[in-house]
Design a protein around this ligand. Structure first.
Ligand SMILES: [Zn+2]
Length: 147
């Protein structure tokens, strides 16, 4: 299920208060319509209804495709200055925190433990397009010849 919430935000340009949607995660298998919004580049973008001021919201965001078995995690780039944040990763960029003992990852869902990480929402959208294109190509050609 996609996770989103509505919050009141004050426009940094004109001070107008308005309601904006914050997306924490998007499950495009369960909520395929949400994907359109993401591809249109409007997820986690603040837009002032009064002065049209626009800016990205720096919110952690997880893209999850259960059918194609991949997920992409966005973090604001500023997090690199946070040692507490970096403690969550190994030197090679993998997750430093193992799945807790006794907690089983469902078979076929292992990809959830190592999301592809990006620091730009635009890059997240492009990576999704890349993975979708690979799957579509396989479907078109009935499986590709790989070198
Ligand atoms: Zn404004």
């Amino acid at each position: 299920m996609s996770v989103k919430e509505s919050v009141e935000a004050k426009c940094p340009s004109c001070g107008e208060e308005s309601s904006t949607t914050i997306w924490r995660s998007m499950n495009v298998t369960q909520d395929p319509d949400d994907k359109e919004l993401l591809l249109a580049g409007t997820a986690n973008v603040f837009r002032c209804p009064k002065c049209q001021y626009e800016s990205m919201l720096d919110i952690d965001f997880l893209y999850h495709d259960m059918e194609r078995k991949f997920c992409v995690q966005y973090y604001p780039y500023e997090r690199l200055a946070d040692d507490g944040f970096l403690a969550n990763f190994t030197t090679d960029g993998g997750p430093a925190i193992a799945v807790p003992e006794g907690m089983k990852v469902k078979p076929g869902m292992e990809y959830l433990t190592h999301p592809h990480i990006v620091f730009e929402m635009g890059e997240l959208v492009r990576y999704v397009a890349f993975r979708d294109r690979l799957v579509d190509l396989d479907a078109e050609t009935g499986g590709r010849q790989r070198p």
